[in-house]
Design a protein around this ligand. Structure first.
Ligand SMILES: NC(=O)c1ccc[n+]([C@@H]2O[C@H](COP(=O)([O-])OP(=O)(O)OC[C@H]3O[C@@H](n4cnc5c(N)ncnc54)[C@H](O)[C@@H]3O)[C@@H](O)[C@H]2O)c1
Length: 479
């Protein structure tokens, strides 16, 4: 579903977690077309190719095995992420969209309804999710991609209406909200998957199961560092003719159109970049370390953006302590929204090696570095768990003028993770959810896991405010 341009957004489909990048093949194909068509011609041709490919897909939906149980699905929240999830779901066989609910009836709702109809899904659009739940009796599952402060109410009500739920991260902007979601899942016996999609990403699973779990390539992990840095971006806007009437905005908890579009920056609605972006990666810290943090200290502030329209911190630096089964770990995390240098990644450093991984494989291929003192990795290379080493250049380039101290560490050889995700980022996590709905898999991110992650992440804002190192108690993570 190609996004339309909305005033204030320079690239669409705009998900604040990053506009879609062209993959290498698309770039190469594009470059070969540019001289003939010029840049605008190329853009037009690209768009047409995209639309044609989409139309072709629409007339030939993914073939479902004859015995595959059809799952009837609805979407609540058809914004940037709702559209990304819809696109990924269109590639999953055996799904039938029935309804789309979005309060922005004249824009996002209409756009996704129309697009799904083009894909031959008979969907009805709703503004009120309760009306949708009343009328759409055949629904099996609901996908929730509304702003964080709506997640708890939407999820609890859908679970209580007997639906399985896939709810986007951050599970909730409050721990009370997140707890009510866990309780509702337990009470109803319905499935609740939280949208930390890296937990189903085959590259992350390979790292967790094979490289860290079986081969223990990093030895004892002692430190972790990670970041999500983004350049300054314009606030999100809306075309004048699609502005939502004030009464409706108020009804759904927004004071004006700016807040409706930029809810992440507002207290009580979202949690700022640390929650929006950090939640993905701090979840990976916990997962890979096999422990919840014991303490966090953090510094943050609104250093750059206008405080009238940005309530949360635009810059956060946090240090977590973990007590893992192998020993203590310090984990640093940074997010800033004024310079996108080096993008986003997680870097795990042990006494035998380092793993640098990111969901963005285009920018980080999944590098592994063996410490020169570590046991050989040959067995694991032969098994195909990682690539053979690319030997790092050890001699300084002649005439560079640089001087190396004789005690300089030799830089370790670089290997890469050989597993590549060829599907959209969210597809494996959605697939895992639908497999679980059909009774064929266990959820990769059940609500208890989402809750642990929410506890770790929401505490950062608390630590910044308190200007002190904050302790977690083991019972903080239990419900
Ligand atoms: N997993 C990921 O990688 C990822 C990426 C981006 C966003 N997200 C998450 O997805 C969620 C949505 O983010 P987004 O970027 O799409 O935001 P968005 O503002 O673009 O979209 C939210 C949509 O929800 C609708 N909405 C608001 N209140 C509603 C209500 N009460 N009932 C029905 N519809 C309502 C809005 O009209 C809008 O269309 C957030 O929780 C965000 O954290 C996850």
């Amino acid at each position: 579903m190609a996004g339309e341009n909305v005033k204030g957004e320079d690239k669409v489909p705009a998900t604040p977690e990053g506009p879609r990048k062209l993959d290498r093949r698309e770039v190469l194909r594009g470059l070969s077309t540019v001289p003939a068509l010029g840049v605008f011609g190329y853009a037009w041709s690209k768009q047409r190719q995209y639309q044609q490919a989409r139309l072709a897909e629409a007339s030939a939906p993914p073939a479902a095995p004859a015995d595959l149980q059809q799952v009837n699905v609805a979407l609540i929240g058809a914004g940037a992420q709702g559209q990304v999830l819809t696109d990924a779901m269109l590639r999953i066989p055996g799904l039938r969209f029935r309804a789309v609910c979005d309060v922005w009836a004249e824009y996002n709702q209409k756009r996704v309804v129309n697009s799904l109809r083009r894909f031959k899904h008979e969907v009805t659009g709703y503004e009120d999710y309760r009306e949708m739940l009343d009328k759409e009796k055949e629904l099996d599952a609901v996908i929730i991609a509304t702003p964080d402060f709506w997640h708890a109410q939407h999820t609890v009500d859908c679970l209580k209406a007997g639906k399985h739920v896939y709810c986007e991260k951050e599970m909730s902007n409050t721990l009370e909200g997140a707890r009510s979601m866990v309780a509702a899942a337990r009470e109803t016996g319905k499935l609740l998957q939280i949208g930390h999609q890296r937990r189903s990403n085959p590259r992350y699973l390979h790292c967790y199961n094979k490289l860290l779990g079986e081969a223990k390539l990093l030895g004892r992990i002692v430190t972790v560092n990670g970041q999500w840095n983004r350049a300054v971006a314009a606030d999100l806007g809306a075309p004048d003719r699609y502005v939502i009437p004030q009464a409706r905005l108020k009804q759904y908890g927004f004071k004006d159109m700016h807040q409706f579009r930029n809810w992440r920056w507002y207290k009580g609605l979202g949690g700022g970049p640390i929650v929006d972006l950090g939640s993905h990666q701090i979840d990976i810290y916990t997962w890979f370390l096999g422990a919840n943090p014991s303490h966090v200290m953090a510094s943050g502030g609104l250093l750059y953006h206008d405080p009238k329209t940005h309530e949360w911190y635009d810059t956060v630096m946090a240090v977590y302590d973990y007590e893992t089964a192998q020993g203590p770990v310090k984990a640093y995390y940074q997010t800033q929204t004024t310079n996108g240098s080096q993008g986003y990644f997680e870097n795990f450093m042990g006494d035998q090696g380092t793993l640098l991984i990111s969901e963005s494989e285009v920018n980080y291929a999944g590098q592994l570095y063996r410490d020169p003192n570590a046991p050989a990795w040959d067995t694991w290379i032969q098994k195909g768990y990682l690539t053979a080493p690319k030997v790092q250049e050890r001699t300084l380039k002649e005439n560079s003028g640089a001087v190396a101290d004789v005690r300089e560490s030799v830089s370790p050889d670089q290997h890469t993770v050989p597993v590549v995700l060829r599907d959209p980022y969210h597809q494996p996590h959605l697939q895992n959810f639908f497999d679980a709905v059909r009774g064929k898999a266990k959820l990769n991110c059940p609500p208890e896991v989402g809750y642990e992650s929410a506890v770790s992440v929401l505490k950062v804002n608390e630590a910044i405010e308190a200007k002190t190192r904050v302790a977690f108690k083991p019972e903080d993570f239990k419900i």
